[in-house]
Design a protein around this ligand. Structure first.
Ligand SMILES: *[C@@H]1O[C@H](CO)[C@@H](O)[C@H](O)[C@H]1NC(C)=O
Ligand SMILES: *[C@@H]1O[C@H](CO)[C@@H](O)[C@H](O)[C@H]1NC(C)=O
Ligand SMILES: *[C@@H]1O[C@H](CO)[C@@H](O)[C@H](O)[C@H]1NC(C)=O
Length: 429
């Protein structure tokens, strides 16, 4: 039964996406590396020279990204997070890098990263201070935008600490305008909705017009409970946030923590699969200089990256929650569908799930070709709607598949599929 909330959701879903920020960037979810989750605000270079926030860290990451196949796999942005600047602006009121940790300055670092064929990201804050207490950009939006453009920086992560929440939106819009005014296209990563949700429902039309991606929810931690909380938040707000994603602008569930300490391999597979389904930016926060081969292989898996970077750019969604399984689906170009089946039962061994119980499975009419990508690559071959195909999923792991219809007329099926999955959300869940 479709009640009022459901009807409203349907209307929103069927209306065309709002206009994206027109800077020509983020036509596919951003891929790269960002220091925060792994390296935090480690500024003690005397004690920990290899891991402190310094120009060396980004130069070494850029080197490894080229040498170890990351760039070739699509990871492009090397991003600085908080704690890079000096505590004082210079005599002209400009931000400056900490002189001890960035002796060459940011411009030289950008040149170095560009010489490797990669791009450099930087971090600032819409308010009075950054979250770690460095100078914020409030009152300096145009100055800071111009400084970043002069340095030839390619991406700005703009945080939302130390800001009156009623001015958060205005601040993000003003910085977006200031970046535009520089004449240089700078990818603009916002946290506008994250800082507004506690007080009011954010205006995603305005956010999409202003930012290339936007954080909705708290920081990711190196733990399965953190990944689960992000998935849960996303699924429970999908009617609002999924329609706002598309080429030029994306929901950002925060960094990939694959290759660190807190996730089992099955859980790492779940994060990779679900970040691809969610059309999320793939910004790794790990130590690429020292990463286990299995994590590396997972992060560089071309088939999962192809789902993430699908040109249609529609974000996936949770379509069903049953028997401690969650099914997530993402419609892909050429009428294909990606399916992720998560086993949320954190005890026992692998459990079977009948693939025909996936709501989107109807695209298999009259027949389809199925490829399993996780936990291992397997051609499952030609299937029919009433197949008895079972996929086995490890506890807290994910089976990831793509379904390609073989023949028939599928016009309008994706749209239908959306409608029905929304209906289902409001009846079954
Ligand atoms: C600035 O905005 C205008 C209008 O939206 C757009 O056409 C132009 O490409 C933008 N320039 C940059 C550098 O983002
Ligand atoms: C944004 O820009 C407008 C127009 O210049 C200005 O009135 C307003 O104070 C600015 N808001 C913030 C938060 O900077
Ligand atoms: C949301 O933002 C859009 C674009 O800026 C604006 O046209 C619309 O009126 C806003 N909606 C609400 C409810 O404020």
């Amino acid at each position: 039964m479709c009640r009022v909330a459901c009807l409203v959701a349907l209307i929103v879903l069927m209306s065309p996406s709002a206009h994206a920020l027109d800077n020509g960037l983020a036509l596919k979810p951003t891929m790269g590396w960002l220091h925060w989750e792994r390296f935090l605000c480690n500024i003690d270079c005397d004690r920990d020279p290899n891991n402190c926030i310094s120009e060396r860290l980004y130069m070494q990451m850029a080197d490894v990204m080229v040498k170890e196949g990351w760039k070739e796999a699509g990871y492009e942005y090397v991003c600085i997070d908080d704690c890079w600047p000096s505590h004082q602006r210079d005599a002209q009121g400009r931000l400056q890098a900490d002189p001890k940790r960035f002796p060459g300055g940011i411009k030289k670092l950008a040149d170095y990263v560009h010489s490797k064929g990669l791009k450099l990201g930087i971090y600032a804050d819409v308010g009075k201070n950054t979250c770690a207490g460095y100078p914020g950009s409030l009152g300096y939006y145009e100055t800071d935008a111009k400084t970043f453009a002069d340095w030839d920086v390619d991406l700005l992560k703009f945080d939302g600490c130390y800001m009156d929440w009623t001015l958060v939106g205005e601040g993000y819009v003003n910085m977006s305008n200031a970046l535009n005014k520089t004449g240089k296209s700078i990818l603009y990563s916002c946290e506008w909705p994250l800082y507004e949700w506690p007080f009011q429902k954010p205006n995603y039309t305005a956010i999409r017009e202003t930012c290339n991606h936007w954080r909705n929810f708290g920081d990711v931690y190196d733990s399965w409970s953190s990944i689960k909380s992000i998935l849960d938040w996303t699924a429970s707000h999908q009617d609002i946030i999924v329609p706002s994603a598309g080429p030029g602008g994306w929901n950002d569930p925060d960094m990939l923590v694959i290759g660190n300490f807190g996730l089992s391999h099955a859980q790492q597979e779940s994060q990779m699969a679900l970040w691809a389904i969610m059309a999320a930016p793939l910004l790794m926060s790990n130590d690429l200089r020292d990463i286990c081969p299995r994590s590396k292989e997972l992060l560089q898996n071309r088939l999962i990256i192809a789902i993430s970077q699908d040109p249609m750019g529609q974000q996936g969604y949770r379509s069903v929650k049953v028997d401690n399984f969650e099914v997530w689906e993402r419609p892909l170009s050429k009428k294909r569908l990606a399916i992720a089946v998560l086993n949320m039962f954190e005890i026992g061994g692998p459990r079977g799930f009948f693939i025909r119980a996936v709501p989107g499975w109807k695209i298999c009419e009259p027949q389809c070709n199925v490829t399993q990508i996780l936990p291992q690559y397997k051609e499952l071959g030609v299937q029919m709607p009433h197949t008895k195909l079972d996929v086995f999923v490890n506890p807290s792991g994910t089976a990831l598949l793509t379904v390609t219809p073989i023949s028939g007329d599928f016009t309008g099926l994706h749209k239908l599929h959306w409608e029905e999955s929304v209906k289902r959300k409001h009846t079954i869940l």
